[in-house]
Design a protein around this ligand. Sequence first.
Ligand SMILES: Cc1ncc(COP(=O)(O)O)c(C=O)c1O
Length: 379
Amino acid sequence: MECNDYNITRDLERKNLNLNPLQRGGVLPREAREALHDFGDGYSVCDYCSGRLDEIAKPSISGFLEDLSKFIKVDDVRTTHGARESKFIVMHSICEPGDIIVVDGNAHYTTHLAAERAGLEIIEVPNSEYPEFRVDMDVYEETLKNSIDEYGEIKLAVLTHVDGDYGNLTDAKSFGNFCNKLNVPSLLNCAYSMGRLPIDVNGWNIDFVVGSGHKSMAASGPIGVLGMKHEWAETLLKRSPRHTKKEVEMLGCTSRGAPIATLMASLPHVVNRVKNWNEEVELSRSFVANLEEIEGITQLGIKPTNHDLVRFDTPILHEISKIHPRKGFFLYEELKSRNIVGIKRGQTEWFKCSTYGMSKNQRDYIADSFKEIVEKFAK
Ligand SMILES: Cc1ncc(COP(=O)(O)O)c(C=O)c1O
């Protein structure tokens, strides 16, 4: 048989500035690229395994997990295949089909799918809607209390720490505290925060935390993080009666090759970059201010932004698309010709983007490019 040409090349990141929020936090530092090369073979971390992934000493996965738990200030931690798998593991371990959970109105679709896969019913905490789409902790607490009154028991409360639509940062500490007071286990989804900004799971009184290595921790995908208060370890990390070393929810072992090797190699880099989070936010705010100098471009979500992921309403770009011969494709093509990618082809009414990790000059160049494009075509 002759195989098709799969077109496995990727010049996007090397040649262009990529604004896709999904891509910015997963860029590998040099040391992780080297690990990727060394650990590219299938079960590459399993040469010296004596039965459990988290106990492997060479490479030191056990040492890495110890550092990771200190980094996010949590008692017990495991790697999974992604934030979504981590959420599912929690739901599957502590809930029964038919149970009810409460979830914030900005939750990622993978939170919903994890709940559906576990057979759970979802009660949603509404966000504040246009233009902020804020998840208010008073509204969350009230919804949780009402749900307990109505249904008796709520098995889990889930909060998206930073959502993927507006980049709104929520108040994790307040969430952890009222969940604790109401006796409802809490899960914080840190896919867009762990690896970008400081996380303090124990300080925030959170039961479960999930993170995404490929989204925010400079790792090759797929790899996720699952952290928990020690009191949950017996439930979540229960062992198989037949294969007594193996943890059932991990199906014995999770990531066992390049994804975990790159996550490990990147941890020192990630620990360091988190220290610069305030500067990142400042740079993100000034990028927003620059773009908002264009009449017809407005940031949505909480203002000023507290994150690098930002969403803009862009009626001016939509107006241009109505008169431009390339219609909605003009924006993508104009940006691409300036080596800027990551805004979806054909999209002009709004877009979300991130400049995480870019220099001030690069961010200014991007904002100037938008200004130039609007000046070129706006009537
Ligand atoms: C808020 C949020 N949670 C979870 C995920 C999924 O992460 P993963 O790919 O690690 O499952 C995403 C991905 O976009 C996300 O934005």
